[in-house]
Design a protein around this ligand. Structure first.
Ligand code: FCB
Length: 453
């Protein structure tokens, strides 16, 4: 790729990301409890084709082979999530050692291959028992999350340095609680606002619990952020774009970095006032060691009669998700977040694309669109680095094709193709591109820790 106008810092981490429910399978093994995604996927009509994470990529049994693929890529870091119902099958109380053992083995396997584990505590698989007791709209779920964080950090904190409390609280809150397209499938705006508040609150509380259990831990949260462009320069479109930015980006960034919800979203402020207690916003604004940013697309917004409307350019290149390919949106986003919120470090914890990959007669998977997507988006990250954004690493979504939530297995995001009937892994052309790209960044071998000690 063309990187003439600068280069990545030498300690920049090249990684890949995954999530427990999307890859692990083994849904009933070693005492794992039910999660809201098991229940949602078993509900007719919720997930395309009736798919579920019951087997998924069978990562639970095949993680050693998958770590070998990571090693072939020479990844610096692997982002995975921990399945809460494996650790606390009933949501609270009894901690399952068998559940912890799995992540213990995984972490050891990663470290044996010099791959830094980035552990996400919550990537949406809430124990069903907690949902039945009120779920994220209830404050008690935030308390339960702290118990869970403590149990995991006490066991893994001697080896895992990087902790991500939550993945994309906006998606969990709104898609899961207001729109009903994700588990738990609720359709109440008030539930979504309450869920978002308790997710954020539990982030702040858990950050403290993790640091207590694992001194030296570096703790962050991952947000899904997208730059919001007005469709025209009209004041109406500008206002509509600002509103979309407020609902998706600032509603999370402002409390985390400024200890306050954005004042311009009046209706939401009225709803959230019913849930906020003294001290909550201070807890949410606990200092972060890093911010995780997931980004896939941008928004183009115009003012419609009933509020902001997303505008689509029918000519624009799109992925299989119908998401516009627009790398400059990632550059703008990273520079803006760095300038306005000044996180100490930003990791791009997810970025990638789904395309309709097929295995061809030569047994391989040729995915030039994905390679082009990754190349252009990594280029956007590099421009943000050159503009001074403190970016510490980039994680491709995803290592493997996997269970893409309500789309089931129909959307393939992996740089490794998974043949679901046999579970065979087939590295796609983009896998080899990423491997060669990482190797070219390294140039000279990294100094060994012993030599520099
Ligand atoms: C993100 C999710 C991740 C995956 C990608 C495509 O919103 O964090 O699990 O589904 O989108």
């Amino acid at each position: 790729m063309r990187t003439d106008n600068g280069s990545f810092p030498p300690d920049f981490l090249w990684g890949a990301a995954t999530a427990s429910y999307q890859i692990e399978g083994a849904a009933h093994e070693d005492g794992r409890g039910e999660s809201v995604w098991d229940r949602f996927a078993a509900t007719p009509g919720k997930v395309r084709n009736g798919d579920s994470g019951e087997i998924a990529c069978d990562f639970y049994h095949r993680y050693r082979d998958d770590v070998a693929l990571m090693r072939e890529l020479r990844l610096d870091a692997f982002r995975f999530s921990i399945a809460w119902p494996r650790i606390l099958p009933e949501g609270r109380g009894r901690v399952s050692q068998a559940g912890l053992d799995f992540y213990d083995r995984l972490v050891d396997e990663l470290l044996a291959h010099a791959i830094e584990p980035f552990a996400t505590l919550f990537h949406w698989d809430t124990p069903q028992a907690l949902e039945d007791a009120g779920g994220w709209p209830a404050r008690a779920t935030a308390e339960a999350f702290v118990e869970y964080a403590e149990a995991v950090a006490s066991r893994l904190g001697d080896r895992v340095r990087h902790w991500i409390t939550h993945n994309e609280p906006w998606v969990c809150a709104w898609i899961g609680h207001a729109w009903g397209h994700h588990a738990p499938g609720r359709t109440s705006e008030a539930d979504a606002v309450a869920a978002a508040h308790h997710l954020l609150l539990s982030h702040g509380w858990a950050a403290e619990a993790i640091r207590r259990a694992a001194p030296g831990a570096r703790v962050g949260i991952t947000l899904n952020l997208a730059h919001s462009y007005p469709a025209t320069k009209s004041p109406e479109d500008e206002a509509a774009a600002w509103r979309v930015d407020g609902e998706g980006n600032r509603w999370f960034l402002d409390p985390i970095f400024r200890g306050a919800y954005p004042a311009d979203l009046l209706e939401r402020n009225e709803i959230v006032a019913g849930f906020v207690r003294d001290g909550d916003l201070a807890a949410i604004a606990a200092p972060l060691d890093f911010l995780g940013v997931n980004n896939y697309f941008r928004f183009v917004v115009s003012a419609g009669a009933d509020g902001p409307q997303m505008v689509r350019d029918p000519e624009a290149e799109q992925t299989d998700m119908g998401w516009e390919v627009y790398p400059d949106g990632l550059h703008r986003l990273l520079v803006r977040v760095a300038e306005e919120y000044a996180p100490p470090v930003i990791y791009v914890t997810e970025n990638g694309a789904a395309f309709g990959d097929v295995r061809t007669h030569d047994g391989r998977v040729h995915d030039p669109e994905r390679t082009a997507y990754l190349e252009s988006h990594i280029g956007a990250v590099l421009r943000a680095v050159a503009d001074g954004a403190p970016i510490g690493g980039y994680f491709v979504w995803s290592l493997l094709d996997n269970f893409e939530w309500a789309h089931g297995y129909a959307k393939r995001f992996g740089i490794v193709y998974v043949d679901y009937p046999t579970l065979e892994r087939v590295p796609k052309d983009s896998f080899y591109w990423y491997r060669d790209f990482i190797a070219s960044r390294r140039g000279a071998p990294r100094p060994s820790p012993i030599a520099t000690a």
